[in-house]
Write a protein that binds this ligand. Structure first.
Ligand code: PLP
Length: 458
C-alpha cells in the first residue's frame, strides 16, 4: 500500500469542503431518504488490505456529505445546536494538523497558553470573580459533572469529609435542589456523581419554566443548588440574583447550567437575564452553541479553583507538571483535543462587540420568527426573551402534523417538544448564518406545512 500523502489529502478535503459549502443554499436542510439509504455504501466488510486514503475520503464525501444535516446553513433550528463560525472552523483545521494533546504544558506549550488566555477572557467577559478557573471539555454534559463534583466535594470537605479519598459511603448527606425544569443532563450528572436522580428537591416553576423563588426550600451549608440560564424549551432564566443571594448567605453551592444561555451575560441587551449569575460558585456553558465554535467545545468555570482541581486530580510518576497551565487539572479527561484553539480564534475574531452582536442577532431573529408566526395565526407559547420560540397550532394533532410536513419540506428543520401539556414546535436560533431572509422563508414553510396538515383528515 502506498503511503498517503498528507498534503494531497488535505487539498482533497479542502476541495470537498468547498463543494459542500457551495451546495448549502440549494440543498434540503434534512437529508433525503435516498441520501440516508445510500449510507449503506459505507457499510462494507472491514478489508484485509485496506484502501488508498484518497479513495476513502472520496467515498466519505460521495456517500456522507449528502446525508449530513445542513446545520451550517441558516435554516436549521433543531434542538439547541449551533453553527460553525468560519474563524473557528479554519483554526480547528490548523489545530487538527498540529495534532496536539492538551493534557499538559509539556505536551503542548501553545495549547496551554491559549487555554490560559481563554480562561482570562471568559472570566472577564462574564464578569466572574478574578481567580475563577476554566476547564475545556466535550460539552455541557461533562461541564456539569465537573462543576457539580467540585461543589459536592467542597461542601463535604467543609464537613470534614474528603470524597476523593473516602468516597460517598458514610459521607454526610447533601441536599440537592434543582428546578423541576432542570435539563436531563443535570439529572444524569447527579446520578453519575452518586447523588442520585430521586433524592433531589425539585422546585416548582412558573409558566415560563423559572423556579418559583417562594417555593425554594431552606438552604444551608449542605445544599447544592443547580439553577438554569436558559431553559431548554422556553429559553427562560431563573432568578439567579435571588437564588445566589440566599445560597451565599447560607454557605450553599450554586451551579449554573447555562449551556446556551450563559452567553446572555455577554450582551448589554440581555445582561438583565444573566444578572446575579456571577455570584454563583460554578457554571457550565457550551462554546459550540451560542458562540458558534465548532463541535465539541464545552466549558466549566469555577470560582473555587482549588475545589475544581482537587476534585479532578489524577497523577502518576510519568506525568510532568509545569509552572504553567496543565489543562488536565481542570477536566475529567487526560488526553484531549486542543479545544482552546478554535475557542481562542472565535473569541479573538469577534471581540466583545462581535460576541454581543452575535447574541443580539440570534435574539432578534427569534423575535422576528415569533412575530411572523403570530401574525399568521400560530400560538406563541413562551415569552421570547432569548433565542427560543415555542409554537403551537390549533390542536396537538395539527401541531404534530405541521411539524412532520415542515421537517419533510427541507426548507428548514425544527424539533418538537411538550410544553404545558401541549405539543409544540421548538425553534432554536443558534447560528450566525441565520438571516432575516432565512426566517421569512422558514415562516412561509411553517404556513405551508400547516395548510397541508389541515388538508389531511386525522
Ligand atoms: C440547558 C442545557 N443544559 C445542558 C445541555 C447539554 O449540553 P451538551 O449537549 O453540550 O452536553 C443542553 C443541551 O442542549 C442544554 O440546553
Amino acid at each position: 500500500m502506498e503511503e498517503p500523502d498528507l498534503k494531497t489529502l488535505l487539498e482533497q478535503a479542502l476541495q470537498y469542503s468547498k463543494e459542500y459549502i457551495d451546495s448549502m443554499p440549494g440543498r434540503m436542510v434534512y437529508p433525503s431518504e435516498e441520501a440516508i439509504w445510500n449510507l449503506d455504501g459505507l457499510d462494507v466488510p472491514l478489508s484485509l488490505e485496506g484502501y488508498p486514503a484518497t479513495e476513502t475520503l472520496a467515498l466519505l464525501h460521495r456517500q456522507g456529505s449528502p446525508a449530513t444535516v445542513a446545520q451550517t446553513g441558516g435554516r436549521y433550528f433543531g434542538f439547541v445546536n449551533g453553527g460553525a463560525h468560519p474563524a473557528g472552523l479554519a483554526a480547528r483545521w490548523l489545530a487538527d494538523t498540529w495534532d496536539q494533546n492538551a493534557a499538559l504544558y509539556a505536551m503542548s506549550p501553545v495549547v496551554s497558553k491559549l487555554e490560559a488566555i481563554c480562561e482570562k477572557w471568559l472570566v472577564d467577559l462574564f464578569r466572574l470573580p478574578k481567580d475563577s478557573a476554566m476547564g475545556l471539555v466535550s460539552g455541557t454534559s461533562t461541564a456539569l459533572i465537573c462543576g457539580l463534583v467540585a461543589g459536592r466535594n467542597h461542601l463535604l470537605e467543609k464537613q470534614g469529609w474528603n470524597v476523593s479519598e473516602n468516597g460517598l459511603m458514610g459521607a454526610p448527606e447533601l441536599n440537592v435542589v434543582i428546578s423541576e425544569h432542570a435539563h436531563a443532563t443535570v439529572l444524569k450528572a447527579l446520578s453519575l456523581i452518586g447523588l442520585g436522580r430521586r433524592k433531589v428537591f425539585k422546585v416548582p416553576c412558573d409558566d415560563q419554566g423559572r423556579m418559583k423563588i417562594e417555593a425554594l426550600p431552606e438552604f444551608n451549608s449542605f445544599t447544592l443548588v443547580v439553577a438554569g440560564a436558559g431553559e431548554v424549551n422556553s429559553g427562560s432564566f431563573d432568578d439567579m440574583k435571588a437564588i445566589c443571594a440566599r445560597a451565599n448567605s447560607a454557605g450553599a453551592w450554586v451551579h449554573i447550567d447555562g449551556a446556551f444561555g450563559l452567553w446572555a451575560g455577554a450582551s448589554k441587551s440581555t445582561y438583565h437575564l444573566f444578572d446575579g449569575a456571577e455570584q454563583a460558585n460554578s457554571w457550565s456553558v457550551d462554546a459550540h452553541k451560542t458562540l458558534n465554535v465548532p463541535y465539541d467545545c464545552g466549558i466549566v468555570l469555577c470560582r473555587n479553583r482549588s475545589s475544581l482541581i482537587s476534585s479532578l486530580h489524577a497523577s502518576g510518576s510519568y506525568i510532568q507538571w509545569s509552572e504553567n497551565r496543565d489543562g488536565m487539572l481542570y477536566t475529567t479527561e487526560m488526553s484531549r483535543r486542543a479545544r482552546a484553539v478554535e475557542l481562542w480564534a472565535v473569541l479573538r475574531t469577534l471581540g466583545r462587540n462581535g460576541i454581543e452582536s452575535l447574541v443580539d442577532q440570534l435574539c432578534a431573529r427569534a423575535k422576528l420568527f415569533a412575530n411572523l408566526l403570530r401574525d399568521a395565526g400560530f400560538k406563541i407559547m413562551n415569552d421570547v426573551t432569548f433565542n427560543q420560540v415555542l409554537i403551537a397550532g390549533a390542536s396537538n394533532d395539527e401541531t404534530q402534523r405541521t411539524l412532520e410536513y415542515l421537517q419533510k419540506s427541507g426548507v428548514c428543520w425544527c424539533s418538537g417538544s411538550v410544553w404545558k401539556q401541549q405539543s409544540v414546535i421548538r425553534i432554536s436560533i443558534c447560528s450566525w448564518m441565520t438571516s432575516e431572509r432565512d426566517v421569512i422563508l422558514s415562516a412561509e414553510a411553517f404556513i405551508e406545512a400547516r395548510t397541508m396538515a389541515q388538508s389531511v383528515k386525522p
